[in-house]
Every structure is written in structure tokens, then in C-alpha cells.
Design a protein around this ligand. Sequence first.
Ligand code: SF4
Length: 350
Amino acid sequence: MREKIRDIVRAIEDVAPKDRKVKIMNVCGSHEHTITYYGLRSLIPKNIELVPGPGCPVCVCSESDVINAINLSKRDDTILCTYGDMLRVPTRIGSIRSNGGNYKMVSAPHEVLKIAEENPDKKIVFFSIGFETTTAPTAALLEMGVPENFYLLTSQKLTPEIMEVLVKDSEVGVDAFIAPGHVSAIVGSNAWRVFPEEFGIPTVVAGFEPENLLLAVLRILIQIREGKSDLENVYRGVVRPEGNRRAQELMYKYFEKADVNWRGIGNIPKSGLELRPEYSYLNAKVAFELPEIKEKKIPGCICDRVVLGKAYPSDCKLFKRSCTPRNPKGPCMVSLEGACNIWYRFGGNE
Ligand code: SF4
């Protein structure tokens, strides 16, 4: 593997432009983990920037959704179920865990069914967050059938839609995308075609091994040298052009596109998924009449800029000082997929 990496790095040095910066954004926490853990930034020329984007689902979950989840967990008649990372996400009123209500951690949606069966006298709310990779299993759960005491609090986001926001934001100045491998397995590589074809942004789907990510960087730089913008896929063993049709069918059977709030970013039209009206009896927002709460910025936290690739975690004054994984001030320090958490553990650009 080392030999292969050396060859790719040499090829990158050969093709990389010498007279300009190239900003290549990844939109996947696992990509950022590989890049940082293996120190890939230190292997390539300094003018080739590998920037983390909005790839961490916990980081972009709106404060309003988290506060609503906290308030549900404080009800005597309710048990809130969600993924472990969500329990520690800070808001102006603390986190789900620090509020000490009725909550249970799950690692997969089907675990919620067991909790619902064991607690027939309680309302069980599954706080379902994430990108397409978590929406598909949630839709599969609904397809299996859920008990009467089951409700869904959704905070599901769509990846292509946020990437479109990024390319239209001149401050981000993204030159190319490394498209996320796991999401691509669901939505298909064709979902990213719009970026090279409409916006002239070279886009390469990559897997999670260091050589695969470096290969994606090489393919991007070759495109740039040749003045092209194409869609390429270097994760062919897993990602097909059309993606997983069955997963897509299930997702859109139960969910429809909706205007949703992204933490630190605001409302983006049609950038998320909500339950279709015919399933509103499952919708916790409807059943519990949950309000949309205006976001309050965490003083000093620049997660909004980190998520949009406008700043690095180390640009934040709180990074490694008052903000650490044990005591996260902002959402990007909570999850193992958050850029601040990854940079704290493995060093980032330093
Ligand atoms: Fe927010 Fe902490 Fe990251 Fe700063 S280091 S941006 S406070 S999560």
C-alpha cells in the first residue's frame, strides 16, 4: 500500500498547478477522518487544500430540532430514542443528556421497536437525524411496520442540495468535490452530475482508504490541468451510477423534500426530508405540536463557518482551549465525524 501511495503522491506533485491554490472539499466525516488520521494534507503540495465541508450529520442538525427533542425527553409520558452522538449536542439549554430526561441511546432504527414494545404505556419518539445513509434505514423501519406508540422526529438532510449552496457561495470558493462514498452508494454517482455539468466543478466519488482518497485528488488535478470538469468514480466496487433504487423508493415512499433548517446555516429550500402528509400520524412535530425555534448562536463557536468550509477548526479561538471532546461547546466537537473533533484527536493542519 505504501508503494501505491508513494506513486499517487508523485503523480499529484507532477500534475498539481504551481501558480494557484486548488480548494478540494470533502462532504463526509469519514473522508475527513481518513484525510486527517493519515496526514494526507502533509503528503501533497501546500497549494492543494483539502477542506472539510458539511459531512457531519450531528453538526448540521438544527438547534430547534435538538431543543424539541430535549423537551420531549422531559415529558413523563415519552421516551426519546436517538443515536449516541445526538445525546451530547449542545444547545442554549444544554444537551439531551445534561437535561436528564427520559431518553435511550440506539445504534440502529430497529432497536426503537423493541423499546416501543417493552414500554406500551409510553410514547416512543425516534429522533432520526442524518443524511441519506440514515434516512434509508428509517424508511425501511417504517416499511416493516411500527407500533401505535411510535413517533418520528425527523431531522433528515440531503447532501446534493447543501453542495449546491456551497458552489453558489463565492466565499467558499470550492474548486472541486470529493463526493461521499456512503451517500453515493444510496443516491448513485449520477446525483453529483450537476456539479461538473452545470457548475464546472470536477467531482470524484471516493471510498475511505487513503490511497482511494489520494486517487480522487489526482483525478481532480488531472481534470483541472486538462481544463475539464467531469464526474468520475474511483469507488466503483460499491457505488453504481443509479445507486440503490430500492432504498431510494422506500425513502420517497415515506418522505418528501422539505425546506429545512441547517444549524448555523439557516433554512435551505428542499434540502431535507419530512414525512409525507399521509404519515403525519407518525410525525412527532404534528402529534406534539412542536414549534420551530429560532437558532441562537453559541458565543465564540464558528461551527457554521467550519461546516461551510470557510474556516478550519484551528481558526476557532475556543478550539482545544475551552472546547474539547469532553466538554464540547459546539456541535462540530461532539461527533467522531465532526471536523473539530477529528482535528482535536489527530492534528488537522498542524
Ligand atoms: Fe465550535 Fe468548538 Fe469547533 Fe470552535 S472548536 S468551532 S467552539 S465546536
